[in-house]
Write a protein that binds this ligand. Structure first.
Ligand SMILES: [Zn+2]
Length: 246
């Protein structure tokens, strides 16, 4: 049997109330929507940044391909111009000139094919560039939102941390000088049930909210005032209500 000054038993309820609020603050901190959203955005920013790098590489690869295709077309065009100049000069045998004429025809076909290739590569480049612009836009938007959400999260963290500090101070003051055996039982019950002490009120335990029979209540209240009571249902420390004249 643990004996505790009745006033100290009632003080334990203050400690319990402060511990409950501390638990609530800790739970709020752990389940902050702003923190979840910030983590989500952080990972989104990472993914989008990877996508940007990938698309930038694709676009610059295609830039090189466009240049190569342009050079190919340019080389054929230059060759055709040289041929035409020779044709216009009229120099050479008719057989030579006929040969040049044939070459010009095949160069025209080749140029048309190469221009098709160039066009196709340019189209692919534009597609990838448009994708890149879209992803860059989404990345910028995600970064902006991340900044806002992080600031909101940190503000909430600071607010909750200062609440916790204040509650911890109050809790320390409330628990100062309370009997060690009672506190040991209290902490053990708190670890098991979430709360360790409850008020005996209106014939029931406010911890488990189970009704206690009037006979049992009567027997409990007949015990010496400095005897620490336990709820017959949940085992929590049961604190008698303060007498109106106390
Ligand atoms: Zn109970």
């Amino acid at each position: 049997m643990v004996t505790v000054d009745p006033a100290d038993q009632r003080r334990l309820l203050e400690v319990q109330a402060l511990d409950t609020r501390l638990d609530q603050v800790a739970h709020t901190r752990e389940t902050l929507p702003e923190a979840a959203r910030a983590a989500e955005l952080q990972s989104l920013v990472g993914t989008l940044r990877d996508d940007v790098v990938l698309l930038q590489t694709k676009v610059s690869d295609l830039d090189r391909e466009v240049t190569r295709a342009e050079n190919d077309v340019q080389a054929v065009r230059a060759r055709a111009e040289r041929d035409r100049a020779r044709l216009e000069s009229g120099q050479g045998s008719s057989k030579d000139l006929m040969g040049i004429q044939h070459e010009l025809e095949s160069l025209a076909r080749r140029q048309s094919d190469l221009e098709d290739v160039e066009l196709e590569v340019m189209e692919r480049r534009e597609e990838q560039a448009a994708l890149l612009a879209g992803v860059e836009q989404r990345l910028a938007a995600a970064r902006t939102e991340l900044e806002t959400v992080t600031a909101a999260r940190d503000a909430r963290f600071a607010e909750l941390d200062s609440q916790r500090t204040a509650l911890e101070d109050d809790r320390k003051a409330a628990a100062t000088g309370l009997a060690e055996p009672m506190m040991k039982v209290y902490e053990r019950l708190r670890g098991r049930l979430g709360s360790g002490a409850a008020l005996l009120e209106a014939g029931r335990c406010e911890g488990c909210r189970m009704p206690i029979s009037p006979t049992e209540v009567h027997a409990l209240l007949a015990r010496p005032a400095d005897e620490m009571l336990r709820c017959p249902e949940c085992e929590r420390i049961l604190v008698r209500p303060a007498k109106p004249d106390a």
